[in-house]
Design a protein around this ligand. Sequence first.
Ligand code: FNR
Length: 434
Amino acid sequence: MSKPLSTPGAERTPGIGRERQTEIYVRGISAQAPRVPVDFAALEARAREAMSPEAFAYVAGGAGMERTMVANRQGFEKWAIVPRMLRDVSVRDTSVEIFGTRYPSPYMLAPIGVLEMAHPEADLAVARAARRESVPMIFSNQASVPMEECARELGETPRFFQLYWSVSNELVKSLVARAEKAGCEAIVVTLDTTLLGWRTRDLDLAYLPFLRGKGIAQYTSDPVFRRLLKEDELDQEVGPERKVNLATIRVLMELAGNYPDGFFKSLTSGEALAAVRKFTGIYSRPSLTWEDLSFLRECTDLPIVLKGITAVEDARLAKEHGMDGIVVSNHGGRQVDGALSSIEALPAIAEAVGEDLTIFFDSGIRTGADVFKALALGADAVLLGRPYVYGLAAGGEEGVVEVLRNFKADFDLTMGLAGCRSVAEVKASRLHAR
Ligand code: FNR
């Protein structure tokens, strides 16, 4: 039996598409343009103007020659929607059921780290927008704000926690326990980032946010991490031949400013620098294997979702290892250059495990038509990534709200115009392979 979502907007939303169109066009009569651009390319351009070159590169960039990012988009072009006519689509139901909860729309907010690079209110602004639009949020392990603070902003809105499996199982356990306490309804383990991809734009700017104390709030707020930090010696070397000059001092000050104990204390104690050192040594475990998943299973009764699956064999292994779901994803093309696009990977995976596992999808979703195609090819829900980060950069909380409303409206209209009254009717038979 499905548990209805008790937040506003959980009821059927027959008119979200038309409501949103009307709102925009009516405002246009008094010469008001939408708060942030509706078109993705224009939204990205607006965000770029609002962000530092380093921040934009970090969000927009991918691995190597960014061929996976290109493939993620091109993959959608291999499918065409074939609309059906005269099917009474006056009332439409865009809700989906995930792990026994009914959500008003098939969207979730993908875990995105270091949101402070897009906007100073970072994850808090996103949580407020998620609450206003009843869209579940997946807290990133690399968030700029501790999960407990975001949970408060979310109220009753559902949330998941995304885990990067640390070298320390004790830290893994602590993060999962905190997620349970913060009301998370599932744990999403990201498997595709045990090593950081070769990200050309970031390398050329020689900029990695974590080394400046950004995006490590889940760690610095964690009791196990803080204890491990204390156990370490404070005077280790960070890396070879680090030249101290004005730029280094500026970074140290930035770093201390990002540390929760306050600027002066952390600068003088050296704890902020030690936290960054500790983070770089502890955040991921490349030696992880399928056998390790049993540890996580023992840590929690929450559903476990594996993120970063594109091989059918891995989807089958996820099922064999008792996982509850997968995210078909290539991390938005940020990890392996020249990898299979997510949308190309989806149909075979859905065929292999769709009956047994909940399938989430991300990497390349830019319009309602993309969402339609992903659902038709077997996804149960989709994760929005870069589009909401650009909304955040361009307009803070309001920008994220606008992006979410646009996505919901676009999907609602696409679904209706394709002749579908509900997500259950969004099937592969509505698609034509080009
Ligand atoms: C990400 N992604 C990501 N994934 C994750 O599991 N944990 C994380 O902390 C992050 N951080 C992150 C930062 C930035 C700036 C981006 C763009 C992406 C990946 C994210 O969850 C999702 O898989 C992709 O964003 C999907 O690709 P598109 O649709 O954004 O291109």
